[in-house]
Design a protein around this ligand. Sequence first.
Ligand SMILES: [Zn+2]
Length: 1077
Amino acid sequence: MSTAGFNSQNGTGTGQTYTNGPSQNPVALQQPPGVGYGMNHQPAYNPMQAKVLGPPNPALYASGPHQPVPPGPQLGSYPPPPAQPLLTRPQIGVLPSHTPPQSASPGPGPRQAQATPPAQATPPPPAVTSTSYYTGPPAWQYAAPRGPAPNHVNPAAAAPSHSSAQPPGPGAPPTSIHGYPQPGTAPPPMNPPPPHTYQPNRPAYGPPPTAPPARPPGATGTPPPPKVDGDVAGNGPQAPNSYNHVDNRMAGAAQPGPPGRHLGHYPSLPPGYQNTLAPPPSSLHPALQAATQPYTQGPQPYQQQPGGPGPDQLSPSMAAMSLQSGTPEALRVVNLLQERNLLPPAPVPAPTPCLTQDLQKLNCSPEVFRCTLTSIPQTQSLLNKAKLPLGLLLHPFKDLSQLPVVTSSTIVRCRSCRTYINPFVSFLDQRRWKCNLCYRVNDVPEEFMYNPVSRSYGEPHKRPEVQNATIEFIAPSEYMLRPPQPAVYLFVLDVSHNAVETGYLSVFCQSLLDNINALPGDSRTKVGFITFDSTIHFYNLQEGLSQPQMLIVSDIEDIFLPTPDSLLVNLNECKELVQDLLKSLPNLFEKTMETQSALGSALQAAFKLLSPTGGRMSVFQTQLPNLGVGALQSREDPNQRASAKDVQHLSPATDFYKKLALDCSGQQVAVDLFLLSAQYCDLASLGCISRFSAGSVYYYPSYHHQHNPAQVERFQRDLKRYLTRKIGFEAVMRIRCTKGLSIHTFHGNFFVRSTDLLSLPNVNPDAGFAVQMSIEENLDDMQVVSFQAALLYTSSKGERRIRVHTMCLPVVSSLSDVFAGADVQAVTGLLACMAVDRSVTSSLSDARDAMTNAAIDSLSSYRQSALTIQQPGLLAPACLRLFPLYILALLKQKAFRTGTSTRLDERVFAMYQLKYQPLAFAMLMIHPALYRLDDLSDEGALNINERTIPQPRVLQLSVEKLSREGAFLMDAGLVMYLWIGRNCHQNFLSQVLGVSSYAAVPEKLCLLPELDTAESQRTRALVSWLRDQRPFFPSLHIIRDESQLKPHFMQNMIEDRTESALSYYEFLLHLQQQISK
Ligand SMILES: [Zn+2]
């Protein structure tokens, strides 16, 4: 099974440790070998043989030795508090370590009457036993496959709702009387929504929409449906909402669009780049456009805003025309060995699918939904020929500045496959619609005949559900088995000596104090705290107490909750006690000498506390847990880091954290892990607690409140975002696709509960997902296919909501067209996810080989099968011209690189990030953006809220592009470097950095001084604009040429040769050599 390509064999089976990452449904498992995604290779092939150029030099990249954990005092000796703090300490509830036996009550004591074992303390009420929204086997097991039926024909498995809580199923009359409000009686549920639908959450989405508020009837902002004839499947009479009309497309293409939201313009593209890939004029870089809306200053209309066709809507038509009339730009032949400068001047935009303008206008934003191939091959054999992976990349819960929200007691769905009605269905007539996923003809429910936007009757095709590819429903009661859970937040804090040393605790407490009123929630919101070292400390915050009470449980082997009812308290009622606690916590442990960490027991305690309600567990850990359940040992040998050909210990050392995560998932608890440590913490093991419970992992290597100010700032900013961002509870997501396509492998943080249902106890707006697909049945008679992601969740206000995204893509029958539609960034992002799985289930070298082979095979296939005129060189279609560069970038990325000293935890964290980050952010990690800053000008600058944002050209990642006279900013996603050349212009030094000379640049500078100069303002405007576009806070390091951090900067110079890795040109030669074999 050790083929060099990516096969779908990784991660199958229930007992395997990494079942979640690459998990597969039975359909996929039944695939014959080689039908995966067309990248199968012979085992003999090993590109690595040609790559080892010399012995690596670990010294070059040494990133500091690991500190051994100092031996500490014996466990259990908890020192008395330094001063009598606010908290009453052990006298209340100190439970001696010899109590309690497993089934007995903890024994007598002042407070012990309350301290009952969990079995008695929290008898699961009936509602809790059915916490799961889905019937079926326990969540920690894989559900027995319900049969190999693909998701599109299995009604029982099709809805993001469990079988027992399905909305009216087949046979139910589609004429509920509780439809929309009667005509003329209620405002439309479109944006802006009426107060009872959407308004409460409105501020969380950012600035107010630019769209006008309530529109009068007839002046609806929703564009009228295209008037077209025929329907997608060639069935039925005049169909007002089908999309294969050519005349309209051509007419649309001829219309010059209004300028739209022109806030600036891009530097013009070099010749040849201006056809299909022309970026839409916008205030943002196209690659980051919608994904970043909430973080930008100005209101950004959502993609499907009303208005005439803008330039971005013209491009698909132009692409379509160019396909008809000649070679499209995407297929322009590029000889990579000759064309050196391939990077566009601005970040690479997502390609536009080759659809009619009418269809594309309705399509889902590429920031939410992206496919590796924007033209879907008609057959699996055609896909196999292209040697490109087929998959989707999703950012389903992304913050959107405008989101249509619909309240309806009847949500219209296909009676056969449970697809939500969407813009790509076809109406046979006013009363019948045809599903675009399974082609069943459904009745239009009576209430759907009324259009709340136009307040008119008889125009179902004008309903918001049919006009918006992204829409949210407020779910009726069929979508819930129990009342929606309240927002519950439990904080689990490491207070060992090591933790106190880092100083993180005071930052955390202050941050929570600052943001406590901004925690998403309502009057039911609950909070609780657990601290731990070698023992577990609970905090009684019950209303009426004069101060918080600390309860220590030292029996970590059999953890129980001392006072189960008063540890999670209503935030509104007990806010003062909570604030008291947060003010006193940092001092409470100031002088602790306890070095041990019983993280596993603390997690068990936290799980018990959250089980009855579900919620979010935020865990802060600063060292390797070394006591009790889940204890770990160091597995990293720093001496082996650089020299080992392969990297060991990428998989967890124990299944404790995964099992606990699955228990958490079953009780609707997600665990977010904040790891702050200078030492090895075995993230590969610890991270499982978040991966399988749909949590997030944050990592701050070498965090220290004094020595590492950049990390402190990053931690503070991240915490603010974390505490205040939107959150969805008890969520599930299902992705459906048109009959014939099949989804088989998922990437991200979640647990696959049944064959294609992702369990997400929490969902947050910064999480990305990816799935792989195959083509099960030929798509011969289809012109388009659709994909739909439906996310069912409970809002922090206790509403059950469903967010639905639908994307439509054309089907093509020629290999050239498949190549023409390739989305090189999506392909790269998906390959990165697959390579992470491969690294864990097989080996890092195997994963590296497979990535290289992906480039070789696709370019080889292009040369052999798609090119009509043979010519020398290494040829690629223009749309894939960056593919080899991105593959090389992946090989040099922290996650996959070899020959350089890379800490195991940092490598594992990079792997998590690649699988979890939405594509736009993952791409910055893979291929950072390099800008020259010392000659910034306002030419081509954006203008946002009266701030001028310079738009310097993106440079190739090569030292060739650096100059000693300059200053260069490298944006690598989580981190930015500003490199100052030795002979940097005096003007930049004084006007931007505020120093008199190069030598005066401090060694550890992380802040740009706020100088009142044009140069300073320009530079700061650019840096803060870049930061504003992502949900996490990248730290900035200003480094001189001889800085300790220079190797980190230089390692990102992907096009250059290093001791252990090929240069870009060498890599191209290697590819060419393999292709011409
Ligand atoms: Zn259907």
